[in-house]
Write a protein that binds this ligand. Structure first.
Ligand code: URA
Length: 296
C-alpha cells in the first residue's frame, strides 16, 4: 500500500514538474521525422512576406457569447503523433506555414496542422484568439493555463478575470464590437505547457512565426504584451518584464505597413501573486488610456 502511495506521489510530482512524455516501449526512427517538414502546405514565397490580408469589415468577430462559451469547433487532439520536428525544421516549417496564411482563419488552420511544437500533443485544445478582429488593441499573453486549455479560449481563468477588470477600468472590453473599446486577446503559445510550466526557448521559437503573422493579419494600432515571455520574444529584448513594463517600443514586421507602438505590462497572474505590483500595472493602464486618447 505504501509503495502504491509513493508511486502516486512520485507521478504527481512529475506531472506538476511538467513531465509531458513517457519513453515508448517501441523504438522510433526519429530521422524519418525530417520528411514531415517537407510536407507542409505549398507556399508561393518570393522572398518577401505576403501582404497582410485586408481585415474584414462588418461584424466579423471572434467573440463568443458573453459566457465565454466553450469552443466546440475543434476536436480535442487524439491519435498517435510521432513527436515534434527538430528545432531548425520546426522553425522553417512554422515560417512557411505562417507566411502562407492570408487571413486569421487560415492561420488558425495552419497552426492546427503544425507539427513542430510538442505542446500540441499534451494540450486538449488549441487556443487561438478571442475578440473583435477590428479591435485597435491586441494583447498577447504567455500561454494557456488549465481553464484556457479546457475551454479553448484565452484568459478565462483567475488571471483572465483580473485582466477583464484591468481592461474595464480604462473602458476596454474583450467582448466589445466597437473597435474603440474592443481588445483582441491571444497568447504567445497556443497550447498549454503541461503543469503550467514555463515554455522552453524551443517551444517559443517554434511558435514565434505564427505570432508574428497573427500580428500582421490583425494589424492593430497598439500591442500590449502581458508578461515577459511575449514581450521578450516579440521585441527581441533580454531584460526582464519589470524593466520592460510601462515603456513604449516600436514593433516591426515586414508585413506591417508601419511599426506598431507596443507596451509590455505585468502579467495578471503575477499581479494575483504580488498584489502590491498592481500599482505599477495601474500606471501602465493609464499610459495606455492616454495613448488611446492621442495624449500619450
Ligand atoms: N495566462 C496567459 O498568459 N494566458 C492565458 O490565456 C491564461 C493565463
Amino acid at each position: 500500500m505504501n509503495a502504491l502511495l509513493d508511486t502516486i506521489a512520485a507521478l504527481r510530482f512529475q506531472l506538476d514538474a511538467g513531465v509531458d512524455e513517457a519513453i515508448g516501449d517501441e523504438p522510433m526512427d526519429w530521422s524519418a521525422l525530417s520528411t514531415r517538414a517537407r510536407n507542409v502546405a505549398p507556399v508561393t514565397l518570393t522572398g518577401a512576406p505576403p501582404p497582410a490580408a485586408p481585415r474584414p469589415t462588418g461584424a466579423a468577430s471572434m467573440a463568443p457569447p458573453r459566457q465565454y462559451a466553450q469552443v466546440t469547433t475543434q476536436t480535442p487532439l487524439q491519435g498517435s503523433d510521432p513527436g515534434p520536428l527538430g528545432a531548425a525544421e520546426a522553425g522553417q516549417s512554422a515560417r512557411l506555414a505562417a507566411s502562407a496564411a492570408q487571413d486569421l482563419d487560415a492561420l488558425k488552420e495552419a497552426l492546427a496542422a503544425f507539427e513542430g511544437c510538442a505542446l500540441k500533443k499534451t494540450a486538449t485544445h488549441l487556443v487561438f484568439g478571442m475578440g473583435s478582429r477590428q479591435a485597435r488593441i491586441m494583447l498577447v499573453g504567455e500561454a494557456p493555463g488549465e481553464n484556457e486549455d479546457r475551454q479553448g479560449l484565452p484568459f478565462v481563468g483567475p488571471a483572465g478575470k483580473l485582466l477583464d477588470l484591468m481592461l474595464g477600468a480604462i473602458g476596454l472590453d474583450r467582448l466589445a464590437d466597437d473597435p474603440a473599446k474592443a481588445v483582441y486577446i491571444t497568447n504567445m503559445l497556443p497550447w498549454r505547457p503541461p503543469g503550467n510550466r514555463s515554455p522552453t526557448d524551443g517551444e517559443i521559437a517554434a511558435c514565434l512565426p505564427f505570432m508574428a503573422r497573427h500580428i500582421e493579419l490583425m494589424s492593430p494600432d497598439i500591442l500590449i504584451f502581458a508578461g515577459g515571455i511575449s514581450a521578450k520574444a516579440m521585441l527581441s529584448r533580454t531584460e526582464g518584464i519589470t524593466r520592460l513594463r510601462g515603456r513604449w517600443f516600436d514593433y516591426h514586421s515586414p508585413g506591417l505597413a508601419k511599426p506598431v507602438p507596443s507596451m509590455p505590462m505585468l502579467h495578471p497572474a503575477y499581479l494575483l501573486r504580488n498584489p502590491a505590483a498592481k500599482r505599477e500595472a495601474w500606471k501602465d493602464l493609464l499610459a495606455l488610456r492616454l495613448r488611446l486618447e492621442g495624449k500619450g
